[in-house]
Design a protein around this ligand. Structure first.
Ligand SMILES: [Zn+2]
Length: 72
């Protein structure tokens, strides 16, 4: 997927990133997930970067959520 990063450069996002719609405020954000290391797993929350609502949680992956630019 092609998108612009925070510096305005076009980059090819990896497949671990996807767009998610918040279940509370219905805004779309970019979610990046990273597998947790076995033996060091903690439950991580999928927190909406706009309103702070927790949409999901996982003990297998960490969530890194980013706001999308308004013009996308
Ligand atoms: Zn939200």
């Amino acid at each position: 997927m092609l998108s612009y990063d925070e510096n305005g450069n076009l980059r090819d996002y990896e497949e671990s990133q996807k767009k998610v719609v918040c279940g509370k405020c219905h805004k779309t954000y970019l979610q990046e997930t990273e597998e947790q290391v076995a033996g060091f797993k903690e439950v991580d929350d999928d927190v909406c970067p706009y309103c702070g609502h927790i949409n999901d949680r996982s003990g297998d992956v960490e969530f890194f959520n980013h706001k999308l630019e308004d013009n996308q």
